[in-house]
Write a new protein. Structure first.
Lengths: 163, 268
């Protein structure tokens, strides 16, 4: 259980950029998994099903908190983006707080759906097919959302990338 | 710059000037090799060799992707995974306990499903029905006996009609109720002590009582022995006004109904 819990936490954390909220979502997701086990479709990979539950819970959280979070982010240090853009010490361990701030700075203006697709594909490393299964979207829709998200992120990061 | 996403911010006339070939790859530029069809990827790579502007944009995109890949390698760590797992297990246990400890209503429904409980309920219902039938039948027999006595007497007195006829057919109870509800019947017996009655029936009852009182002296001596209660009632000296007053004292409903009787039709 701890192994799956780790995956679930990683996704929830990267989407929500908040450790406490991610922990709540993981807890809620595993309770839902437990209560929905009799209805589990065995043709679907367990991780896909788990990610699906986590992603939908995160989607709900993102929608409800959108306005609440915007003011709190103004204090985030933009140098974090510079660190991502030009990494001098790849071995450095980042705290959860730093990581959350960095991802949040990059993705806070993305619509929830694009943000989740970006996290699942580019940060979690899932295939387009898996992402489409998790979010119940067509592969072309996933790709289109990825294009928009990556274009936006490029605009965010380009100023910090040195020649 | 051809192929650059910033062309979206340019006026429409400038966008039209972007080469058609570059516009085709504007989306493909942001997708990786495994996200494009094999033919699309080859075509795009070929285009990059011929278009320096798109090649420059693509290089920029690649560098962004490399930066994001570094971000991918930074995995968040759960501060206390064991505690989180325990919290989940605890919540699941509580949820399971909630589901197994049914509420009062669930318990009743659950119990009703047991064969022994269903048998007990059926037995109680049977007992109630049998009791009702026994009580009703005994009353029926009593009324029939009374009717028979009265009928025998009235047949011996050829000039006198039967003083009253009792409604004794059990099958007509339901139709009586519906007739009463529709206003086609003056009363309906609710129980041994309560009768639903309309104001007209109160008048009729008082008239009938007076009539029975007048008949009473002509009843044979054996009637008195067979029906002492009825005899006592019929021979008791009580005029209609006193009876009316007595009825008024009984219940507010009867009082109200009696008040509705038109003054000119009141029993003197």
């Amino acid at each position: 259980m701890e192994e799956y819990q780790g995956y679930a936490f990683s996704v929830a954390f990267r989407i929500l950029c908040d450790e406490d909220e991610a922990r709540d979502v993981v807890q809620e997701a595993f309770i839902r998994i437990w209560s929905s086990l009799p209805r589990y479709n065995r043709e679907l990979k367990f991780t896909t099903w788990m990610y699906s539950i986590v992603a939908h819970l995160c989607f709900d959280k993102l929608r409800t908190r959108k306005k609440r979070r915007t003011t709190a982010l103004e204090a985030v240090d933009p140098s974090l983006l510079a660190n991502v853009a030009a990494e001098h010490n790849p071995e450095r361990l980042y705290s959860n707080k730093e990581l959350a701030s960095t991802i949040e700075m990059l993705t806070e203006k993305l619509p929830p759906k694009q943000k989740i697709i970006f996290v699942l594909r580019d940060l979690q490393g899932l295939s387009v097919r898996e992402v489409s299964d998790i979010l119940r979207l067509s592969e072309s829709s996933v790709k289109t959302n990825l294009v928009y998200a990556r274009r936006f992120l490029r605009e965010q990061l380009t100023p910090f990338i040195s020649d | 710059m051809p192929g650059d996403s910033s062309v979206n911010n340019l006026p429409h006339s400038f966008q039209i000037e972007m080469p058609m070939e570059c516009a085709r790859f504007r989306k493909a530029m942001y997708l990786r090799k495994d996200e494009l069809e094999p033919g699309e990827w080859t075509e795009f790579q070929l285009h990059l060799t011929t278009c320096t502007a798109c090649a420059a944009t693509y290089l920029e995109i690649e560098r962004t992707q490399e930066a994001l890949a570094r971000l991918k390698n930074r995995t968040p760590h759960s501060t206390n995974p064991v505690a989180m797992a325990n919290a989940v297990i605890g919540e699941i246990e509580r949820d399971r306990a909630r589901k197994t400890s049914a509420g009062v209503y669930d318990m009743i429904v659950l119990r009703l499903g047991l064969p022994s409980v269903r048998l007990a309920i059926a037995s109680v219902l049977t007992f109630v029905c049998v009791s009702f039938l026994v009580e009703y039948t005994s009353g029926y027999v009593h009324v029939k006996g009374l009717e028979s006595s009265m009928g025998t007497y009235s047949s011996s007195q050829s000039d006198m009609s039967a003083p009253f006829l009792a409604q004794t057919d059990a099958a007509e109870v339901v139709s009586d109720l519906s007739r009463f509800a529709m206003g086609k019947k003056s009363f309906f017996e609710v129980s041994g002590n309560w009768v639903m009655i309309n104001k007209k029936s109160i008048e009729d009852f008082i008239l009938l009582y007076n009539e029975l009182q007048s008949i009473a002296p002509k009843l044979p001596p054996d009637f008195r022995a067979a029906h002492p209660q009825l005899w006592k009632l019929l021979t008791k000296k009580k005029d209609a006004r006193e009876l009316d007053a007595l009825l008024k004292e009984r219940t507010s409903l009867i009082r109200e109904l009696n008040d509705l009787i038109p003054q000119e039709r009141k029993i003197p």
